[in-house]
Design a protein around this ligand. Structure first.
Ligand SMILES: [Ca+2]
Ligand SMILES: [Ca+2]
Length: 677
């Protein structure tokens, strides 16, 4: 039995054990009981909770009717009596805070058990929203302070929660040491165009026709098709290395969830003998209405088949060599009802490739990588997530994020590193939250928060990206701490201690360790906020040094700006007085040899020249022919070294930071000019 299934079952058992306070648990997930004042929302079809302790969705539940908060005053929004939440055992709660006022100002939202503050700016007559989550601890509620000059109307809606791990959850020895996997330290078979090379398929075709097929047939041709994907999957031998490839050929049509496998697990393909789920008549001709929840697979490729539903679309745990290509994954098929928490979620896996696909519709992230080594996101459109559109964290490493379009997200576009329960990290990547991530040639637009971020990263390159309408609720770009907590398994004997005792950076109890950055290179990007649109506070957020408990193993003091380099960028954002974001308590002080105010102003164009594109409002970011931007020269980007990686056992990644082709695939010629084109 797979680990995912076992922990799901445990959580459900725990929920039942809480005296019926939880909403009914169905095979599809959790649906809250309806109560007065709640909007009528169709029941969620969220997959069962996963081994990394992600949130259980709750039908959106109001904590309060809109409450007035006067200028300068604060008010507690307690969720202790929210219908559908268990009375005990809740570790974290997620909620949406909405604010509206006749004036201009901001509110700060702080969880009662946490020092961390989320700021939400508002304007006259405009409704603004932000998603907040409680830090680990003893959740009580949020303290919302009105920092504006007019009364603000505030409401809080709880959308999900996470339970404490019940003591009996993981069988002894299991969570401490996930089954060892041999991770190949090569980047994988990548073709010249930067795409995964699947070679030419040889093996067995298994045809599926959801209307005319029959599971009693051979499946060996279109006219002898099976009826269900579940039957086709069942014909692939489990728990053995395949000696022939299998290609499940989906004829055009809609494939209902009931006809799909509940768990896609233990299929061990090889490069020569892969497992392919293929839309036989071309991309977007076959639509799956159920999710793919995958565990322990090798060489599985999803080609051209769409997954469109109101919930998570694709989850992979302990998977090697997985490809998603030319597919549409939509976790919010119907607006206003349930949606995915993460449309694509990958954890404790290697060699994961997402190419030329559309991925959207999540209350957290459209793409979430935790502890994923090797792979890429290339040529995708990633949008409509309430948190970051996408991130790679939890010790993720050796990833290329290129030629994507990230847009319409809340917290931001893409961040390398973020926050992770240290128990979900895999050795030897138990130090930085992200290593060797190259984020290049992307278009990022219409993110409420930052376009790009680094939160606890080592050897991170962000270059030649073009950003447009980013940072309205905060800043354009952030270089800040990541965090490692122990939120799923507190206690000294658990999997957190296994990692921290081995030298990993994190905690073994409540609280969190802040994870520094080292060697972050931010080069040759163009950020253009047109007239009437500007970041709320400043251009950059670069956090200052902090000293932490020696037990966290993190270098003291920790810094976010060690060998941070910012050069060759063009920034056009707000008025000439828009602050860089540097002050006495931030990073990039005058004593920093690679990053300080003098250097940033000398080596970048900050509000000196407005970049001129072919048609920015139509999202055409090719520089205008003969214009100023077209004539600019990019700055050469130094290579990375690996000499100061935390331990020798971490494989070194790439060193070159050359980006020889632009987003359209054209040769740059030398270092070219700033921006994606
Ligand atoms: Ca929906
Ligand atoms: Ca997430």
């Amino acid at each position: 039995m797979g680990r995912t299934r076992r922990i799901s079952a445990t959580l459900i058992a725990a929920a039942i054990g809480l005296g019926g306070m939880l909403p009914a648990v169905t095979s599809q997930g959790v649906a809250a009981a309806s109560g007065p004042g709640q909007s009528a929302v169709p029941s969620a079809s969220t997959p069962a909770p996963r081994a990394d302790g992600t949130y259980l969705s709750l039908r959106p539940t109001r904590v309060n009717r809109a409450a007035s908060v006067k200028p300068g005053r604060q008010r507690t929004f307690s969720f202790a009596r929210v219908a559908g939440l268990p009375r005990s055992g809740v570790a974290r709660v997620r909620a949406t805070v909405t604010v509206r006022s006749a004036g201009r100002g901001s509110v700060s939202v702080r969880a009662r058990s946490s020092a961390s503050i989320t700021a939400l700016a508002y304007k006259p007559g405009k409704t603004r929203r932000v998603t907040v989550a409680l830090a680990p601890g003893s959740p009580i509620g949020w303290l919302v302070k009105n920092r504006g000059s007019r009364t603000a109307s505030v409401s809080v809606v709880v959308t999900g929660y996470r339970l404490n791990s019940p003591p009996a959850a993981p069988p002894p020895g299991d969570a401490d040491s996930p089954p060892p996997r041999d991770i190949d330290t090569s980047p994988g078979p990548i073709s010249g165009a930067g795409r995964y090379d699947i070679g030419s398929f040889t093996g067995t075709d298994i045809w599926v026709d959801p209307i005319s097929g029959s599971d009693s047939r051979s499946g060996n041709s279109r006219s002898n098709a099976l009826r269900t994907i579940a039957a086709a999957w069942g014909r692939i031998p489990a728990n053995q290395t395949l000696t022939t490839g299998y290609r499940i050929q989906l004829v055009p049509g809609t494939y209902v969830a009931d006809a799909m496998p509940n768990y896609w697990e233990n299929r061990i393909g090889t490069y020569a003998h892969p497992i392919i789920l293929n839309a036989a008549d071309g991309a977007h001709t076959a639509t799956l209405r159920g999710d793919i929840n995958m565990f322990n697979t090798r060489y599985f490729y999803l080609i051209g088949a769409d997954i469109i539903r109101d919930g998570d679309a694709f989850h992979c745990e302990q998977c090697s060599y997985t490809l998603i290509r030319n597919s549409q994954l939509n976790g919010d098929a119907n607006a206003g009802s349930a949606l995915a928490h993460e449309t694509i979620k990958v954890n404790q896996s290697d060699h994961f490739f997402v190419e030329d696909s559309t991925v959207r519709g999540a209350d957290d992230n459209s793409i979430d990588f935790v502890a994923v080594q090797y792979g890429h996101l290339r040529g995708n459109r990633v949008s409509a997530a309430q948190d970051w559109c996408a991130y790679a964290k939890g010790g993720s490493a050796y990833l290329t994020v290129a030629e994507n379009e990230f847009f319409d997200c809340g917290t931001g576009g893409f961040t390398a590193g973020q926050g992770t329960g240290v128990e979900f990290m895999t050795s030897p990547w138990i130090y930085y939250d992200a290593m060797d991530i190259k984020v290049v040639n992307n278009i990022i637009h219409d993110t409420d928060g930052a376009g790009l971020g680094v939160n606890g990263g080592y050897n991170i390159l962000m270059a030649y990206n073009t950003m447009y309408r980013v940072g309205q609720r905060s800043h354009l770009i952030e270089f800040v701490y990541g965090s490692h907590s122990c939120d799923g398994a507190p206690g000294d004997s658990g999997p957190c201690a296994t990692r921290v005792n081995a030298g990993g950076w994190g905690t073994t109890s409540t609280g969190e360790a802040f994870i520094p950055n080292k060697h972050v290179y931010f080069y040759n990007n163009v950020i253009f906020n047109p007239a009437g649109y500007a970041s709320q506070w400043q251009h950059f957020t670069i956090q200052g040094p902090i000293t932490q408990s020696a037990a966290f193993n993190v270098p003291n003091p920790a810094t976010t700006d060690t060998d941070l380099r910012i050069a060759g960028n063009v920034i056009w954002n707000g008025s000439p007085e828009m602050p860089l974001g540097l002050g006495d308590d931030t990073g990039c002080q005058p004593s920093n040899p690679t990053c300080n105010q003098t250097q940033i102003l000398a080596n970048n164009r900050v509000n000196t020249n407005q970049p001129d594109f072919a048609n920015a409002s139509a999202l055409n970011f090719v520089p205008a022919t003969g214009g100023w931007l077209a004539s600019q020269t990019a700055t050469a980007i130094p290579s990375f070294g690996w000499a100061d990686k935390p331990v020798a056992g971490i494989p070194s990644g790439t060193t070159s930071n050359a980006v020889p082709t632009d987003r359209a695939g054209n040769e740059r010629g030398g270092w070219g000019r700033p921006g994606a084109y």
